[in-house]
Design a protein. Sequence first.
Length: 223
Amino acid sequence: MELRKITGNVYWAMTKSKLLLTKNLVAGESVYGEKLLRISGQEYREWIPIRSKLSAAFYKGLKTVAIPEGSKVLYLGASSGTTVSHVSDMVGATGEVYAVEISEEMGANLILLAEKRKNLFPIIEDARKTETYSKFVPKCDFLYQDVAQRDQVDIFIKNSNVFLKNGAYGALAIKTKSIDVSKPSRFIIEQTVNSLKRNFIVQESIDLFPYQRDHALIIVRKK
Ligand SMILES: C[S@@+](CC[C@H](N)C(=O)[O-])C[C@H]1O[C@@H](n2cnc3c(N)ncnc32)[C@H](O)[C@@H]1O
């Protein structure tokens, strides 16, 4: 099977239809029921677009994702670690993923995941309260956020001010219905892009339909 590298341990497998894969950091371990594939002696994990917005963005033609191996990533809204596990694959053994999750229930799975993934550091806190984790988190190369909250833009800006290196990239997943259920998704995406422009250069904005309905991923670069 032919593989095409996209960025830090992420590949397209050129089967009948394209399949997104990450090189598995922890051989033999599937995290959420995804398939494991062995190609030329290396194990890869299928990255399923209906389970992960970042995967959906790749399937929708994402161009600017700067998460090479060795990157330090701050991930807000980690849940039980589905997408986090692929970001952990992306940065590899020399990278670090600081994963913030408010729910103790979700966080329990994240802590279990981190026992196997040594580059993953779970933080069970509210991402609005940066002061509760600023002691553990260094300046990062990438900020990823998926919290599905009304104040998601404020949370993103606050964290980028504290933790994101100048000129570094970030990605904000927005659930348009969390912001205003009465307005069309297109309008909410445009409004969110405009509110990010003071702090960031907006690189691209991707509607994740049909993989994730009423969701978009906005990629920015810190000014
Ligand atoms: C849509 S889910 C995230 C899914 C996950 N990013 C993935 O792709 O695997 C949103 C998560 O954000 C968490 N969350 C919501 N508000 C938060 C906050 N203020 N701080 C940290 N996590 C938060 C929720 O508990 C939930 O687990």
